[in-house]
Write a protein that binds this ligand. Sequence first.
Ligand SMILES: Cc1ncc(COP(=O)(O)O)c(C=O)c1O
Length: 471
Amino acid sequence: MGSIGTEDLQRTEKPTFPGEANTLEYAKSLDSKDHLRLFRQQFKIPSKPNIKATKLVKQEQSDDPCIYFCGNSLGLQPRAVPEFIQTQLDTWSTIGVHGHFRQLEDSPLSQWQLLAEHAAARCAPIVGAATSEVAIMGTLTMNLHLLMASFYLPTATKNKIILDWKAFPSDHFAIESQIRGHGYNPDDAMTVIGPEEGEYEVSTESILKVIDEHASTAALILLPGIQYYTGQLFDIKTVTAYAQSKGLIVGWDLAHAAGNVPLQLHDWNVDFAAWCTYKYMNAGPGSIAGLYVHERHGTVDYSQDAQKPVFRHRLSGWYGGDQAGRMNMDNHFRPSPGASGYQVSNPSVIDLASLCGALSVFNQTSMSSLRLKSVSITAYLEFLLLFNTDAPTRAFRIITPSNHEARGTQLSVLLKPGRLEILMEMLDEAGIVVDKRKPNVIRVTPVPLYNTYEEVWRFVQIFKKALERCE
Ligand SMILES: Cc1ncc(COP(=O)(O)O)c(C=O)c1O
């Protein structure tokens, strides 16, 4: 995947649609022009009968695919994933422990000792980082803890962490426990950024204002790149630069942004970031995660003392050790330069194979190409939702920003009370998968790699019927 001109991508025009776009024919015509349409074949799309299965199904029972708009939660399975995993199982069963250091000809994967770096190289362009700034390891919340162990260095006067009003609960717990672990009180040290009363979108101005107010007492700002509940994409570049200019360390949880929107973590000078790979990267439930640290935080300096390198504090383990000396077993920690020096343990090669399989699909395209369709298909969903319902009596509100530059591919729809269960029942009946966030929000996510405009059109027909039934 080539380098991504994110500045240009963010400016991708949001398309407008004529009234006749509200037809199945129009949706199909959009599909026929879709530059990514062939990617769908690279995924296993559950069938309508299978998606309701309560028994393990080994064979597809039908070729009638469900409509899957849940990639914001768990991406669908790329066909490459079982192939890559099988390759790894074959390697293990044929050469056993030699798989650690022996590169097999014809394998799409590297020897196990280099596999995390191999995966990092494939992930780095997706997040706009150098390969050496990415480590593939652990899970998202664990990585956030490890990163905070390095980057949250509170003092008696500067110990606050600024976070988002709807930080994912796991992030909230992680932040709370880090603060407690340092002996501070989360009630005093957690500063929350939120929208205006009755609103959902958090303006960049209000974030900068909170930074101004708390800069002298805050040590860290940790925000989501995309907010899981509203789908809002924050202005990572502006917030990062501003917070750093006020002396804060800046970290981002990119669970909903990585693989969804173009990112330029290095150029935006982000200090650290972490993401999971089971959403837009499609590597499977609970799959191995990714983290980024800017190159300046990964330096290992031997200039003062060849035996005692100087490097940023981290919670260490042997896999953070330089590969040349990792197996020396001499109890001298010499970290690998870059993000790989933040690794702790021997990673699961099965997990890494799954991720590499998933990324092999991404690596056939680019984030700019994905972004083009993402902006368009989400705008089409928004258009159909609004076109098919009368504004004065509309029983829902789209709480994702209408500005496409402030969102990814997900739309969050807030329903008036009493509609959610009926809607979910009817969608389920029709073999359409979206997710709900109680009490009244559904998140609908057309993923550019495998969803179609026709599916968007079909979803909106059921959505409309469900709301009519509720009236
Ligand atoms: C924004 C965000 N942060 C953190 C998490 C927790 O991730 P994990 O369970 O992989 O640590 C999730 C999970 O969906 C998430 O959406």
